[in-house]
Design a protein around this ligand. Structure first.
Ligand code: ADP
Ligand code: MG
Length: 477
């Protein structure tokens, strides 16, 4: 290298420092560290400055958000410069170092998960200094395995997809996006994936955490001005699972960071698994770009449970308890009929009954279950509306919804109407006058008469009795 070239490259370094300082001053420390600190000066080619970025995603992001400004600052620092070029140049040394710090010795009870320490000032990334409070990966529930997951129509697709992700080394779909209502088994499946991967290959780094925790970690890293390390740590995992991602919406910088991490991992060929209570398209508060990217892999939803699935889950849980206590099938069927909103509540109900039985030494019967679960059952019944009852009953007897309100007295219409009134009294907290009003403005004595009539019929007519039980079950979900 000639003396001139050497001093020119020295000048270039100096100019780059000036540009960096200016960028930091204009965008602030946090944004600078997040987006711009990883830029490296590669050299001047003609009138273009070549800058290196570690990932494709970062390159695109900088190109669309910062490139114009960087160009202006470069021109100001060096009039020869007329443009910049961004090239992807991975920096493996840093990533390796960070990933070393993530491996913790495995323990007997939890699989070896990646443990990450972030943000403590002056803390070195060494294994010895990483305490439990610094875990990035949340603990796994030992009960949440594939073996303990009962498969039925509503969750079979999600189950199959989760198994594929856990079983194969190639990436069948990336990301895997699992969504569904509360308590339907999303977290269970994610834990099962983590257990299974760890079982097969303990050297793979799996990080499972809630989106809230992810946000918290990121904000903490921002506070300690340590976002680069945050990024590197997350980016050295083989499998990243983020639970309940709907909580990421809204918070701009974490959203960006999440997306950024996400893209880097996908670029590197790491598996990502995401869960949410809604589909990617319904994730309001999330940028369109991010939403669509989340749906690139495979999106599977867990449907609300069916009676069969609920019963299956209860039976499998009851089997596990068989040594302690016997739960009669009738009680399981009763629970599966009445507690329909989510599996967590269903489990909770079974646990309450079992606790009562073992603590007080009481046999489990239907009456006992009803008594123990009184409050829970009542809460469930309140959710049914008169309108739903009318619809279901009309459908069942092949009538129109309007027949429920009409003045027609023919038995084919009047009897089902009475059934609907009876169910309205049983399944909703509405008073007799209210019910009367909702059935075409009838008097409360009419409703009372209907209830008596149906009660009488139920005790004599088994078909009627079955009809009502069936309707009640359908209405409960
Ligand atoms: P989500 O994350 O969707 O809100 P969870 O995974 O936490 O729901 O599930 C709630 C509870 O129900 C957990 O205890 C879980 O083990 C249990 N559960 C859910 N689905 C099933 C299933 N198919 N088989 C066995 N247990 C289940
Ligand atoms: Mg969950």
């Amino acid at each position: 290298m000639t003396v001139r070239a050497e001093s020119a490259s020295f000048d270039l370094e100096r100019q780059w420092s000036a540009v960096q300082n200016q960028l930091r001053a204009e965008y602030g420390d946090a944004a600078f560290k997040t987006w711009l600190a990883s830029l490296s000066l590669e050299g001047l080619e003609g009138d273009r400055v070549r800058l290196g970025v570690p990932t494709r995603f970062l390159r695109d992001w900088i190109a669309s958000h910062y490139a114009d400004r960087i160009k202006v600052l470069w021109r100001r620092a060096n009039p020869v410069v007329d443009g910049i070029a961004l090239t992807v140049t991975p920096t493996p040394s840093k990533v390796t170092k960070a990933s070393d710090a993530m491996v913790m010795p495995s323990t007997a009870t939890t699989p070896r998960m990646a443990h990450v320490s972030i943000g403590e000032p002056e803390q070195k990334a060494s294994v010895a200094e990483i305490g439990p409070s610094a875990d990035v990966s949340a603990p796994l529930d030992p009960r949440c395995t594939f073996e303990n997951f009962v498969v039925g129509k509503p969750n079979e697709l999600a189950f199959a997809a989760a198994k594929r992700v856990a079983e194969l080394n190639e990436l069948p779909f990336n990301p895997l996006f699992i969504y569904g209502g509360v308590g339907l088994g999303k977290t269970h499946l994610m834990h099962a994936i983590a257990w299974e991967i760890q079982r097969q290959d303990p050297s793979r780094k799996v990080v499972y955490l809630s989106a809230e925790k992810f946000m918290y970690q990121f904000i903490r890293a921002l506070r300690f001005k340590d976002t680069m390390r945050f990024k590197e740590l997350f980016r050295s995992v083989d499998v990243l699972m983020v639970d309940d991602v709907q909580f990421i919406g809204g918070k701009d910088s974490t959203q960006e960071e999440f997306f950024h991490t996400f893209n880097t991992l996908i670029d590197r060929g790491s598996q990502i698994v995401i869960s949410s209570d809604r589909s990617p398209a319904e994730l309001s508060g999330l940028e369109e770009r991010i939403r669509s990217r989340l749906g690139w892999g495979l999106v599977v939803d867990i449907h609300p449970s069916t009676y069969e699935l609920r019963l299956g889950i209860l039976q499998s849980k009851a089997e596990g308890l068989a040594a302690q206590v016997k739960v009669p099938d009738r009680v399981l069927e009763f629970l599966a009929t009445r507690i329909t909103s989510n599996i967590r509540e269903l489990e909770g109900a079974l646990n309450r009954i079992v606790a009562q039985a073992t603590l007080v030494g009481r046999a489990i019967t239907l009456e006992m279950a009803q008594e123990v679960l009184q409050d829970l059952l009542r809460a469930h019944e309140r959710r049914i509306t008169i309108e739903e009852i009318q619809k279901k009953v009309a459908e069942h007897y092949g009538l129109k919804l309007s027949d429920m309100h009409s003045a027609r007295r023919a038995r084919v219409v009047a009897r089902p109407r009475q059934v609907a009134m009876y169910l309205a009294k049983q399944l909703t907290p509405r008073s007799l006058p209210e019910i009367g009003r909702r059935f075409g403005g009838r008097d409360h004595t009419t409703v009372m008469h209907a209830i008596r009539k149906i009660e009488e019929l139920r005790s004599q007519d088994s078909v009627m009795n079955e009809d009502i039980e069936k309707l009640r079950r359908q209405l409960h979900g």
